[in-house]
Design a protein around this ligand. Structure first.
Ligand SMILES: [Mg+2]
Length: 93
C-alpha cells in the first residue's frame, strides 16, 4: 500500500509534468522491466536487484495510470478477479 506521502508526491508530479509525459514515462518503465526480464530469462543473469527496481518503477507508474485514467485500485482489482475467474472457467471446460 502506498503511503500518504507517496500519493501526495505523485499528485504533485502529475500536476507539474502532465498526464502525457507521465504516460510516456510509464511506457519507458515497462520497456526497462521487459529488458530486465529478458536478461534474467534469456541470458540467465542474476539481476534480482534490477528486477525489483524495475518492478517498483512499473508498479508506481501503474498507480499513475490509475490517476490519469480515473481508475481506483478496487475497480482494477475487481476486474482482475473477474478475468481470473473467467479464465479458470474456460480452462476447466
Ligand atoms: Mg526503471
Amino acid at each position: 500500500m502506498l503511503s500518504d506521502a507517496t500519493k501526495a508526491n505523485m499528485k504533485d508530479r502529475l500536476a507539474k509534468n502532465g498526464s502525457t509525459f507521465i504516460a510516456l514515462h510509464a511506457i519507458e518503465e515497462m520497456a526497462e522491466l521487459f529488458q530486465a526480464i529478458l536478461k534474467n530469462v534469456n541470458h540467465g543473469k542474476d539481476n534480482r536487484a534490477e528486477l525489483l527496481d524495475e518492478l517498483a518503477d512499473v508498479k508506481l507508474h501503474i498507480h499513475f495510470l490509475h490517476l490519469i485514467y480515473g481508475f481506483t485500485d478496487e475497480e482494477v482489482d475487481d476486474y482482475i478477479n473477474a478475468k481470473t475467474m473467467e479464465l479458470n472457467e474456460r480452462l476447466a471446460q
